[in-house]
Structures are given as structure tokens and as C-alpha cells.
Write a protein that binds this ligand. Structure first.
Ligand code: MEV
Length: 435
């Protein structure tokens, strides 16, 4: 079967589906039903989603949930989360409630600077290039005025442009390394537009001034934003750290810190530890219409900033006070992009009291810290599977298409029995034999 096609994007939505069904599903109409059953009956809403990307044939649902009881800098939040993993929202809610009774979360912004670069090659005299850059710099700024005008009115814009010599790494390689303040916008379009204008002006001016030519390789923002940084923290007296009579507070605090220390020095553990942090972060990033790929890339680069991939969170005990904190780079937007287009994203932002980008950075960092706290609490006490399987049992029941009565009986049976995939399957099968 030939499954290549030219002009696919020009087909209508239903022609696209017909082609997929014919080429990949042997014209099986049930595949078509699977795709079309997720269409929204509100045609306007469906069209909106169709037009977010190209070649849309269906909608991909993720659960949209909320984790209540977060207290951040004294203010109460119900945090929206879009995620498929069963235990994440439950864990976040549990951690929120736990810290609600211990003063809540404190969060602060450490910086908001974003970065973009024009990468170019130049094989001439380095000093001549530096002199040229210093002369042309005001014109680089001048030529972007039409792009920066509105951003500047609101207090943002281009902060600086530097010439960086990278010829030690690659012969002839230089950068225009620019810093930006994009306020409540994530800023990708703004930064990229500025950079492309820098590149144009720089190249044109170089042609008239320099003896050797400048060849621009590319102009693009960086998703590594170590100066767009937020810190979130919780703390309480060590004696208050356990709310379970079977868990000793001091022992728990010490084990918790050991777990964090392990993630700080052991990359195999750090990756999983940080994955747990990202469970919370990505879920809020998605629910608020932000770019989780950009955040993921930037956060993991930050986790490796000291030359070894390490934990994003840290913990200490000082003067009998337990402290647990996170410091992460987050380039987020609360205006532009999907924020005013996607109805659920709009609702999510409204639920967070229409935050500024700085406030959203704090909320997201808190979600990551809470998630990591919940994971480490389970891992260092009961083990992760107890909570995980409790939430996962519903997925197993649904896999076996259990009806409501079967679900009720199986859930009842596993209330105080160890949950494993095979035990749940066995229970369903036994029920079905009986009936
Ligand atoms: C699972 O999604 C996340 C955890 O593995 C995180 C961790 O190990 O810290 C539980």
C-alpha cells in the first residue's frame, strides 16, 4: 500500500480522514468513528481547534482537573492541571492540604530576563568586528523600533545586545547575544522578530563597512533561560512534619533529606526525581496554554548547569526547621498565544485570578515542589505503589470494560488489600465466572 501523498494539507478534513482510513485502516469504518466521535458538536469551537494546527482530523482529550487548597504567599489557589497520569492530581492536592496547615508555600521571582541569539560566521579581523559592532549597535536597536514600540510602552523591550566571540569552539563563529524583558508574554514571537531584524541590519551594515563578509546562520530565541528564574519554598518545625502517627517526624525529615541528597549527586535518580517535579509543572503549563516543550528543555538544561544532571529541589534541616525548596527557570506567558483563544485555557487563567507571568511562574514552581514533596513522602515511607495502584485500579477496570456494579465490588475488595495488576484482573475474572 502506498502511503505517501502530495497535497495532503489541501484536502478537506473529511477527505483527509477518508485517505487515512483507506491507506492505514483498510477502510474500516470503526477507525473513522474513533476519530469523529471526538469532534465537538459546536462547529465554531471545533473550527477553532482545527485551526490551531495543520491537518487536524480529531481532538485529543486529556483530563482537565483541579488541585484545591494551595496557599501561595498567603493567597489561596485552586490549581488547574491537564494530565493523563492517574495519581498526579491526587498527590498535588494532598501536598497542598498538608502545607496549608503549615503556613503554605512562599514563592519569589529571582529574574525575568529572556535570551535570543543571532548566530553568524565571520573570518576577518576580530578587532575590526568588535569596532563595527559597537558602531552599529544603536542602529540595531533603532531598526527594531516598530517591533519594540508597544512592548516598551508597557515597560519591556530589548535589554542589551552583546557580541560574543565563539571562535574557540568553532572557527569563525560569533553571536549577537541579546537579552529581553517580555513582561506577561512568553515572548517567542517578539524575540524572534527582533533577532531577525538585528540579523538583517547587521548583515547590510557589514557589507558596507567590513572588509570580510558576515554570513548569518540563524536567528532564534533560546529556551535556556537561567535568568528567568523562580524560587518556591515550604518550611516547618521538624516535629510537625508527620501527620501520620505511624511515621516519626524526625526520621521522616532525615530520610526525606537523604532522598533529595541522592537526587543531587546521582543522575539516574535525579532524572526520575525531576520527572516527578515535571508531573506537576507540565500539568499546569498545559492547562494554562503554555509551551511545555520549551519549559522541559529549559528546566533540564538548568538541572545540568553545574556539569552533572542534578535535582531541581533541595532540602535542609537547620535549627530544627525543615526546609524544602525549588529553583527553576520558567519562561511563561499569560497573554498572547493560546491564552485568549482556547476556552479552557482562558478558564484556567481566570481560576488563577488572571495572573501576571510572574505570578504564574510562582504557581507553576509551587505545583512542581508540591508534586515532588508528595512523591518523596510516598517513596520514603509507604513506597510509591500503594498510592499509584489505588489510582491505577480504575484504569485496569476500564481496560476490562467493567460495568458500574463490577467496579463497585472490585474497589470494595481492594480497599484494604494489596493492589497489583494481576490481582485486580483475577478479581474481575472471578466476578464474571460467578455471574
Ligand atoms: C512518577 O510519575 C513520578 C515518580 O517516579 C517521581 C519520583 O520517583 O520522585 C514517583
Amino acid at each position: 500500500m502506498n502511503t505517501t501523498i502530495s497535497g495532503f494539507s489541501k484536502l478537506s478534513k473529511s477527505e483527509k480522514i477518508d485517505w487515512i482510513i483507506a491507506t492505514h485502516f483498510n477502510n474500516d469504518s470503526s477507525a473513522k468513528t474513533t476519530l469523529t466521535q471526538y469532534w465537538n458538536s459546536d462547529e465554531k469551537l471545533q473550527k477553532l481547534h482545527d485551526e490551531f494546527i495543520e491537518n487536524t482530523v480529531s481532538n485529543y482529550y486529556l483530563p482537565f482537573a483541579v488541585a484545591p487548597n494551595f496557599k501561595i504567599n498567603g493567597k489561596s489557589y485552586t490549581i488547574p492541571m491537564a494530565i493523563e497520569e492517574s495519581s498526579v492530581v491526587a498527590a498535588a492536592s494532598k501536598a497542598a492540604k498538608f502545607w496549608l496547615n503549615r503556613g503554605g508555600f512562599k514563592a519569589e521571582i529571582l529574574g525575568t530576563t529572556k535570551i535570543g541569539q543571532v548566530h553568524f560566521m565571520y573570518y576577518g579581523n576580530a578587532e575590526e568586528l568588535t569596532n563595527f559592532f559597537n558602531t552599529v549597535k544603536p542602529k540595531l536597536l533603532e531598526d527594531t523600533k516598530s517591533i519594540t514600540k508597544n512592548m516598551e510602552k508597557r515597560g519591556g523591550g530589548i535589554l542589551d545586545i552583546e557580541l560574543r566571540d565563539k571562535t574557540q569552539n568553532i572557527n569563525g563563529y560569533y553571536q549577537l547575544h541579546a537579552t529581553f524583558e517580555t513582561l506577561d508574554a512568553m515572548g517567542a514571537n517578539f524575540i524572534n522578530s527582533c533577532l531577525e531584524q538585528f540579523a538583517k541590519t547587521f548583515k547590510n551594515e557589514a557589507e558596507n563597512t567590513l572588509n570580510d563578509s558576515v554570513s548569518v546562520v540563524m536567528s532564534i530565541l533560546s529556551n535556556y533561560v537561567p535568568e528567568c528564574l523562580v524560587r518556591a519554598e515550604v518550611s516547618c518545625p521538624v516535629v510537625d512534619l508527620s501527620d501520620d502517627p505511624s511515621i516519626d517526624s524526625k526520621e521522616f525529615a532525615e530520610k526525606f533529606i537523604q532522598a533529595v541528597n541522592i537526587a543531587e549527586i546521582e543522575p539516574y535518580r535525579a532524572v526520575t526525581h525531576n520527572k516527578g517535579v515535571m508531573n506537576g509543572i507540565d500539568a499546569v503549563i498545559l492547562a494554562t496554554g503554555n509551551d511545555f516543550r520549551a519549559v522541559e528543555a529549559g528546566v533540564h538544561a538548568y538541572a545540568s548547569k553545574d556539569g552533572i544532571y542534578s535535582s531541581l529541589t533541595h532540602a535542609s534541616i537547620e535549627n530544627d526547621i525543615f526546609k524544602f525548596w525549588i529553583e527553576i527557570p520558567l519562561a511563561l506567558g499569560t497573554v498572547g498565544g493560546l491564552t485568549s483563544l482556547h476556552p479552557l485555557v482562558k478558564l484556567a487563567l481566570e481560576m488563577l485570578y488572571k495572573p501576571t507571568a510572574k505570578e504564574l511562574m510562582q504557581i507553576v514552581a509551587v505545583a512542581g515542589l508540591a508534586q515532588n514533596f508528595a512523591a518523596l513522602r510516598s517513596l520514603t515511607t509507604t513506597g510509591i505503589q500503594q498510592g499509584h495502584m489505588k489510582m491505577h485500579i480504575m484504569n485496569i477496570l476500564n481496560q476490562f470494560e467493567a460495568n458500574e456494579a463490577e467496579k463497585k465490588l472490585v474497589l470494595e475488595q481492594f480497599k484494604d488489600q494489596a493492589i497489583s495488576h494481576s490481582a485486580v484482573v483475577e478479581a474481575i475474572e472471578k466476578l464474571r465466572i460467578k455471574n
